[in-house]
Design a protein around this ligand. Structure first.
Ligand code: 5RP
Length: 270
């Protein structure tokens, strides 16, 4: 692996722990004004210091995030569909030149294994990886987005393995039963998405289970920014990911942070 690729990867997955807390705020690219992301800049501002990486689109990066920000960027470079259409019908939406101009540490694209457009999305991933290899930029493959996908270990294992075989440097997927099998069969680091908003205690349990079963971290969005206490939530997820904090301790830690926020009269939300 060349120096540039290694260096960028080290900005996403922290060498000190081999783990990462990625904050995903790219949802608007197909969901539009997602709850909690109506004003992405305001959502991100109090959270960014606790994120190892920010995952978002070019438009939001340019218009809502200060260029002085000190966080590595993983740029979503696929899209072209909305929640009203066929989500699998994505294509690459950002040139590699522009991604490099935006000084990104990685690029991300979704694949839709099992859909009628699987070939199109897999070849788009392969093309992106070819460019990533040329310029030393890691590619994160996002698997299994969409309501029709059965998110079990067999399906997720298939999608993750194919992404890794094509050369993805990191794979993002969902947590499932037998998650350790998905990780074992995927020769590159796996991060989990949080999925739809669930109670904080459940999201904490999900994060603990994922890390315990081999994920190198999370690329989490809604369970952080849609929480009533997003700062407490990302700080708790950080402890789980980087310090292997147990589920019970993490729940106590979260509640302590919430109490402190209340005492200080701070709102959880920006
Ligand atoms: C959608 C994405 C999102 O970034 C991903 O779903 C992570 O966010 P969440 O934790 O809200 O599921 O890649 O394609």
């Amino acid at each position: 692996m060349d120096w540039g690729m290694k260096n960028r990867l080290s900005k996403i997955i922290k060498p000190s722990t081999g783990r990462t807390v990625m904050l995903a705020v790219d949802h608007g690219y197909f969901l539009g004004p997602t709850t909690g992301l109506e004003e992405p800049g305001k959502t991100v501002a109090p959270l960014v210091e606790y994120a190892d990486t920010l995952m978002l689109t070019r438009g939001v990066l340019r218009s809502c995030v200060d260029a002085n920000v000190n966080v590595p960027i993983v740029l979503r470079v696929s899209g072209g569909t909305s929640i009203l259409g066929n989500l699998a019908n994505e294509a690459t939406t950002v040139s590699f030149k522009d991604a490099i101009k935006l000084n990104v540490s990685g690029v991300a694209l979704s694949i839709f294994v099992g859909s009628d457009l699987e070939r199109q999305t897999l070849l788009a991933l392969a093309d992106l990886i070819n460019e990533g290899e040329e310029y030393g930029v890691p590619v994160l493959a996002v698997t299994a987005v969409g309501k029709d996908m059965v998110r079990d270990a067999r399906y997720l294992g298939l999608a993750c393995r194919i992404a890794a075989e094509l050369g993805a440097h990191i794979v993002k997927t969902y947590y499932c039963d037998d998650f350790e099998k998905v990780v074992k069969n995927c020769p590159v680091p796996v991060v989990i998405a949080g999925g739809k908003k669930i109670p904080e205690k459940d999201a904490i349990e999900l994060s603990c289970n994922a890390v315990k079963r081999g994920a190198v971290g999370v690329d989490m969005g809604r369970n952080i920014f849609q929480s009533e206490h997003p700062v407490a939530m990302i700080r708790t997820v950080r402890e789980i990911v980087h310090n292997d904090m147990s589920e019970d301790k993490a729940w106590d830690f979260f509640n302590t942070l919430v109490s402190e926020e209340k005492k200080a009269g701070k709102k959880g939300k920006a």
